[in-house]
Design a protein around this ligand. Structure first.
Ligand SMILES: *Cc1c(COP(=O)(O)O)cnc(C)c1O
Length: 406
């Protein structure tokens, strides 16, 4: 899955370019930097590789989401419809701009259920934020239609699905804006970093200023001469981080090809067990294959299998999100208690507390049976066979003991 597995001379070379000049900041110091602009170069490379008109790098994927929301005019009191299954960063960003996360059910794509989205729309809804979880994609045609019908913003959280595509277009480039994360465990890494992708110039210009204290970047070599047409923050990426990303993005097609091959091999082995079914993928060709996500027939079998794999020492790399503290709503107690360090607007905290009593049986029914296996770049064919065979044996054992119990 993650680019960090292929750390090498290419990354060291790019970082060394920056170390030679000592200009670690992405803006200014035009003479001293001797023509080295890693962040700018990486932005161009992202545009080229993924087919977006504009890219703004940020210090993280979370910062990218916050930046995109601010640039798209999402703020105080606005409702953002998002899925019950995602990394906590998605709702953190919504809250950071004063908006209200409206959590709705997922379906077997492990992403937003368009029917559940429709039901959640109110006069305060401003944005639909699909999260392309675990390397695959949401049903973007359906969600785009809903956005067009209700005049809503479509913001894609593509942080986990760099290189996935939907009907020929890269995810992250299909909505009004999309975000990538380059944190240490993502498809390509900068160490820490993120990006907003958009085809809209005005949105891009807002992102550019917002991530740099509102600088309009029109003052030439003199940063002090830049104007501040609006209030921004510092969500800049450093040149050191961008340098790592530049080496990584040049390998992204290689990463994707390996993931596809490895995922296909593992899927073939697990497919021998007729009780195992797989995640539905709106555009199977476009799966980035960072994970293989599969379902057991019942929650009991899934939980028994997790215990079995744990006891056999083969659980590593297999994620049972249902019991994970970070990715599924059932474990987001801090959100449901509105545990903030500082005071927040009342409408937001009230809404969050309402999640303590709201249940999501449709999401539970899916997540409680789901296991995602992370696909490594460094596996050999032999290792995949070995891993797959051990998983099949563990599944068969659990299924047999369940049958006996009946
Ligand atoms: C990783 C991730 C983010 C946030 O990225 P960071 O760079 O770690 O801040 C946002 N959304 C999803 C779905 C993610 O997996």
């Amino acid at each position: 899955m993650p680019g960090f597995e292929f750390w090498g001379d290419e990354e060291r070379k790019e970082v060394n370019d920056v170390l030679e000049t000592g200009i670690l900041m992405r803006y200014g110091f035009d003479g001293a930097r001797k023509g080295i602009w890693k962040a700018k170069e990486l932005e161009q490379e992202i545009c080229k590789t993924f087919g977006s008109k504009y890219t703004q790098l940020t210090s993280s994927g979370t910062a990218a989401l916050t930046t995109a929301m601010a640039a798209l005019g999402i703020g105080h009191g606005d409702e953002v419809i998002m899925p019950t299954f995602t990394f906590v960063a998605s709702f953190e960003a919504v809250i950071s701009v004063g908006a209200i996360p409206v959590l709705v059910d997922i379906d077997k794509t492990l992403t937003l259920n368009p029917e559940a989205v429709k039901e959640a729309i109110t006069p305060r809804t401003k944005c639909i934020m699909p999260v392309h979880m675990c390397g695959s994609m949401a049903n973007l045609d359906a969600l785009k239609n809903i956005c067009e019908q209700h005049d809503l913003v479509l913001l894609e959280d593509a942080c986990q699905s760099i290189g996935a595509s939907y009907k020929g277009k890269m995810v992250g480039t299909i909505g009004h804006a999309g975000t990538f994360s380059f944190d240490f465990v993502k498809t390509i890494t900068c160490g820490e970093g993120g990006a907003v992708l958009t085809n809209n110039e005005e949105t891009y210009i807002k992102c550019d200023g917002y991530t740099d204290h509102g600088h309009d970047h029109k003052g030439g070599a003199d940063r002090g001469a830049d104007l501040h047409p609006f209030i921004g923050y510092n969500y800049r990426i450093s040149e050191l981080h961008a340098a790592v990303g530049l080496a990584q993005i040049r390998k992204v097609h290689q990463f994707l090809a390996i993931q596809k091959k490895n995922q296909a091999q593992l899927k073939q082995i697990l497919s021998r067990v007729s009780e195992v079914t797989f995640r539905s993928i709106p555009d199977p060709e476009g799966d980035s294959c960072t994970f293989l996500s599969w379902f057991l027939p019942t929650e009991e079998i899934a939980q028994a299998l997790v215990e079995e794999m744990k006891s056999q020492g083969i659980l590593a790399g297999n994620f049972y999100w249902y019991k994970n503290n970070w990715h599924y709503i059932s474990k987001w107690d801090h959100l449901k208690n509105a545990d903030f360090l500082n005071s927040q607007n009342h409408a937001l905290t009230e809404r969050l507390r309402s999640y303590a009593t709201q249940s999501f049986p449709a999401s539970d029914a899916i997540m409680s049976k789901c296991i995602s296996t992370a696909i490594s770049l460094s596996w050999t064919e032999e290792q995949i066979n070995d891993k797959g065979e051990k998983m099949v044996a563990a599944i068969q054992k659990v299924l047999a003991s369940q049958r006996e119990a009946v």
